[in-house]
Design a protein around this ligand. Structure first.
Ligand SMILES: C[S@@+](CC[C@H](N)C(=O)[O-])C[C@H]1O[C@@H](n2cnc3c(N)ncnc32)[C@H](O)[C@@H]1O
Length: 225
């Protein structure tokens, strides 16, 4: 993708994710339930165990899910972490900044997932929650994620798959996906084999891959060479 197309893709992201944070969160709950066919608790448990001492929260959005995850970790007595969260869309980041205004261990930055400003091998874990299928250039974003992780670090991500399941659940998911693509908040759903191949091509080993509802829950590791 040349620079002009790249800039156009980013402009599309910024204008698609322009909702007020409160509306984004309500809409997100319906998308989670009827498109991903997942629950908040499933996500909290899956992503909550992949936070280590220097964590990267990619495409953090309004930070609502990360906030729930951190509460869950406190409740479980799990260790705290230094967290850097980034997103490209300012309206999303504004919500996260407000939410984490008093958290000294969380730094928020405007970054493009495909051109991260972080040094190689900066982070010991990363989560990409509900966002891989929103990246216009997913391969570049996965390579950048790989670059900024330390060898041995893990990346957890959930990826929207093409709708499956019985009538009418499949039709409902299909319609939500078509609406999301028209609006620009969804780039594309994936076939499981396709996204797994992309994650491997970016340099990761796949440690765990589990389909839940319409989403693939993936845990990947940057190999130690
Ligand atoms: C569906 S939201 C998920 C947000 C959050 N992780 C959550 O679980 O609620 C997808 C996010 O990806 C962000 N995004 C999409 N493309 C991006 C890119 N190239 N760089 C950074 N953020 C991007 C959007 O701005 C949006 O906040």
């Amino acid at each position: 993708m040349n620079n002009a197309l790249h800039d156009a893709a980013l402009a599309k992201i910024e204008s698609a994710y322009d909702s007020p944070p409160w509306w984004y969160d309500i809409r997100g709950f319906f998308i989670l339930t009827f498109s991903y066919r997942s629950t908040l608790m499933q996500q909290v448990r899956f992503f909550g165990r992949n936070i280590s001492e220097h964590h990267l929260e990619a495409a953090i959005g309004t930070g609502t899910l990360l906030d729930l995850i951190l509460r869950w970790r406190r409740w479980k007595g799990l260790p705290t972490a230094k967290i850097v969260g980034f997103d490209y869309a300012e309206p999303m980041l504004a919500g996260a900044r407000k939410r984490f205004a008093h958290c000294k261990d969380i730094r928020l930055e405007r970054e493009d997932a495909t051109r991260l400003a972080y040094a190689d091998e900066s982070f010991s874990s990363a989560n990409i929650t509900n966002a891989v299928h929103c990246f216009p250039q997913v391969d570049l974003a996965l390579s950048e994620l790989h670059r900024v992780l330390k060898p041995g670090a893990t990346a957890a991500m959930n990826v929207l798959l093409y709708a499956r399941g019985p009538w009418p659940l499949r039709q409902i998911s299909d319609r939500i996906a078509a609406w999301g693509m028209r609006k620009g908040i969804l780039e594309t759903p994936y076939e499981q084999a396709d996204i797994e191949a992309r994650v491997r091509n970016a340099g990761f080993d796949i440690v765990e891959a589990r389909v839940s509802g319409n989403a693939l829950m993936l845990l990947a590791r940057k190999p130690v060479r």
